[in-house]
Design a protein around this ligand. Structure first.
Ligand code: PXL
Length: 270
């Protein structure tokens, strides 16, 4: 039977990130999807001007209560961008009451990149993300998010010791598994992961340009791969390659600056 995934993140109506990439990817990989939207924005906040934001905090408990009455449950809860600290309590409620036994609670603390918080997000969001990380099965941060969650300094140039410390500190917070993106060594970029025992790492030739939404696409592929039974190293390898291939397709079209053209890659993905 097809697993049921609930994703809790914003709807950025235009811009190829968050819900608009999670749903097609998870469906294509064979899973039933549902959404608990945290906000509706006209676009993502990374480069567009004058975007609109509708916070959906007040709607969330109503949706959750209805699902409780209907007896609706999920096999996976996957959280992403959250713009209001009140929502972290709703997320914990959903985890406690709507996640099937043996289900997975997966946190992508999508809140920062390149050493900075995203527009409009502050310390309260970092604290909330840390709280849900402490009870998660998987946390999927980039280097900036990992450093903010663990109160380590953000470093542009990483050593192996720094990468390992971020991973180990995330495990200490309570995450059962950590998948760290944006791991960089020389001209190579990739991801590192730990299941609490060993650290595995995948590095590939770095693409010079970076794009918004690639973290969300990466997380969706990672989650599909977990459910489809890939081991951690193969999973990282496939997810990193997916992003590289998407960036390569996007690079020749400067008008598509706001996200990556991942559709062709998804069509051929196994
Ligand atoms: O891709 C992460 C993301 C999700 N949602 C919104 C964002 C961003 C990144 O900037 O602005 C609204």
């Amino acid at each position: 039977m097809s697993k049921k995934i609930l994703t809790i993140q914003d709807i950025s109506c235009y811009g190829q990130c968050s819900t608009t990439v999670a749903l097609p990817i998870l469906s294509a990989l064979g899973f039933e999807t549902a959404i608990l939207p945290s906000a509706v924005l006209s676009t993502h906040t990374g480069g567009f001007k004058d975007f609109t934001v509708l916070d959906l905090t007040d709607e969330m408990p109503k949706i959750i209560d209805h699902w409780k009455k209907e007896g609706i449950k999920f096999d996976v809860i996957y959280t992403g961008y959250i713009g209001n600290k009140v929502q972290f309590d709703y997320i914990l409620d959903v985890k406690e009451n709507l996640l099937n036994e043996g289900g997975l609670f997966i946190v992508d603390p999508a809140m920062a990149d390149h050493g900075n918080m995203y527009w409009g997000l502050g310390e309260d969001i970092v604290n909330g993300m840390r709280k849900i990380t402490s009870v998660c099965d998987y946390v999927l941060p980039n280097i900036t998010e990992a450093s903010f969650l663990t109160n380590n300094e953000y470093k542009e140039v990483q050593t192996k010791e720094y990468q390992d410390k971020l991973i180990n500190d995330l495990l200490k917070i309570g995450a059962k598994n950590v998948i760290l993106t944006g791991v960089e060594e020389g001209k190579e970029l990739g991801a590192a992961a730990s299941d609490g025992k060993n650290i595995v790492k995948v590095l590939k030739k770095k693409e010079e340009k970076s794009y918004h939404g690639t973290g969300d696409i990466f997380s969706s592929i990672i989650i599909g791969n977990i459910l489809n039974g890939y081991d951690l190293k193969t999973n990282l390898d496939k997810a990193c390659q997916f992003i590289i291939d998407s960036i390569k397709i996007t690079n020749p079209d400067p008008s598509h600056w706001y996200g990556v053209k991942y559709e062709e890659v998804l069509k051929n993905y196994k």
